[in-house]
Design a protein around this ligand. Structure first.
Ligand code: FES
Ligand SMILES: [Fe+2]
Length: 425
């Protein structure tokens, strides 16, 4: 079970065993550079939710590893992901984080590009006669595909179709979107922060049920009894983690909210939402009110999609690796597209209460992650253990490795994909 770990870089994949990974995975800049090349520039990386770019002309910026990209919806309504780098001498051509435009004009010498990346105009073009053709100089275009409104891009032109990569995670993406309660899901707002730690520390945390009642004791003490009870899953045998393959995993914390569309009518709506229930009941049938209010905390699970996005109860968490010991985390609060104002406002308040900068949840997580990095810096030769639940992990009919939500099956799945990708040349 305890495979020895290599202490050099002869083979990165030897640094991850089933039950433990080498501490250097958090501390070694050479490993970090290899991760950018072998993971972030090779696989599908999440860049947007379609609600962020709903109309023709909408764009947003994103990062894939260190490479800046622009996600656009062009005049035909198609999605494009373009490298944010002018083909002339390399200046970035788009600075706003998001917006609406007819195209992009480089500020340096005014080469202009359409929303699908074609080079449209060059000022004073005489010097280029017989030198270049505009059609040969489009912005670099990435592969782009989407599923359930989630837009992914890849620098790897030969990559497998997105749906093959997502595999069984698709079922959980569909389930996640059920929190729309008949409405679409939209990104309501976002905030970003950085922590002094490696990106995989956050990747691990998304399916780490074990830390929840410990790190989040202050959050537990700050909410109403029903909410605290809903998230008291330590001894709930239906609260499990499934390893879904290709690095993806799902941690179920509220089993009764896995499939929000299935409602047997037995669950009592939370009294804390009484003002919403009363307001909605004036204009909506009771079953629709139930649907919306049962979904107020989002889906009953955290879905981790390797390598950079989590669909976590009622928000998206996006990871951006900055350096071996610094990571940017972006949280995007979700609401109902076209849904009642009061519901979306309440969802924002719930988000702030846990994830916000003054919230009772994420700041505590970030303190733990900083400490993990500091500990790893102290002695990178010592392993990081991911063996909890190994002896009680089972494989169900779906083929998913499954164990209790407090076990480390999700982390083992991430590291199995890490190992596979880092072993590829
Ligand atoms: S660098 Fe963009 S036009 Fe010159
Ligand atoms: Fe946490």
């Amino acid at each position: 079970m305890s495979t020895p770990l290599m202490e050099n870089h002869d083979g990165f994949s030897a640094l991850a065993a089933t039950d433990r990974v080498a501490g250097q995975l958090y501390t070694d800049p050479e490993i970090f550079e290899a991760e950018l090349e072998k993971i972030f520039y090779k696989t599908w990386v999440w860049v947007a939710h379609e609600s962020e770019i709903p109309d023709k002309g909408n764009f947003k910026k994103a990062m894939i590893g260190r490479q800046p990209v622009i996600v656009t919806r062009d005049r035909k309504g198609a999605l494009n992901v373009l490298l944010n780098r002018c083909r002339h001498r390399g200046a970035s051509i788009c600075e706003p984080d998001k917006g609406k435009a007819n195209g992009f004009t480089c500020p340096y010498h005014s080469w202009s590009y359409s929303l699908d990346g074609q080079l449209r105009g060059i000022p004073y073009p005489e010097g280029y006669e017989g030198v270049i053709e505009k059609k040969d100089m489009p912005l670099q275009k990435l592969r782009v595909e989407s599923y359930a409104g989630m837009v992914f891009a890849s620098f790897n032109q030969d990559i497998e179709p997105l749906e093959d990569f997502l595999g069984d995670a698709k079922l959980w993406m569909d389930r996640f979107m059920m929190q729309g309660a008949g409405f679409g899901i939209k990104v309501q707002g976002e905030h970003k922060f950085r922590f002094d730690g490696n990106w995989k520390i956050q990747l691990e945390n998304t399916t780490d049920g074990y830390h929840f009642p410990i790190v989040h004791r202050s959050w537990m003490a700050s909410v109403d009894a029903e909410t605290a009870d809903m998230l008291s899953f330590m001894t709930d045998e239906n609260a499990v983690t499934h390893a879904l393959g290709n690095g993806h995993s799902v941690a179920i914390m509220v089993p009764e909210h896995v499939e929000l569309d299935a409602d047997d009518g037995t669950e009592e709506l939370q009294e804390r939402f009484r003002h919403i229930i009363d307001e909605l009941s004036e204009t909506m049938p009771a079953d629709q009110v139930r649907r919306i209010v049962r979904s107020m905390h989002g889906a009953g699970f955290n879905l981790n999609l390797f390598p950079n996005v989590a669909m976590s109860m009622s928000f998206f968490r996006v990871l951006r690796p900055i350096s071996v010991n610094e990571t940017e985390v972006q949280h995007m609060a979700l609401g109902l597209d076209g849904g009642p104002e009061s519901v979306n406002r309440e969802r924002l308040r719930i988000h702030e209460h846990f994830q916000g900068p003054f919230g009772f949840g994420t700041p505590d997580d970030a303190e733990a992650w900083d400490r993990v990095q500091r500990g790893a810096n102290g002695n990178p030769q010592m392993p990081i253990m991911v063996n909890r639940g190994l002896n009680r992990e089972t494989t169900g009919t779906e083929g998913w490795k499954t164990s209790h939500v407090t076990d480390e099956s999700g982390m083992r799945e991430s590291y199995s994909q890490w190992k596979k990708m880092m072993g590829n040349d």
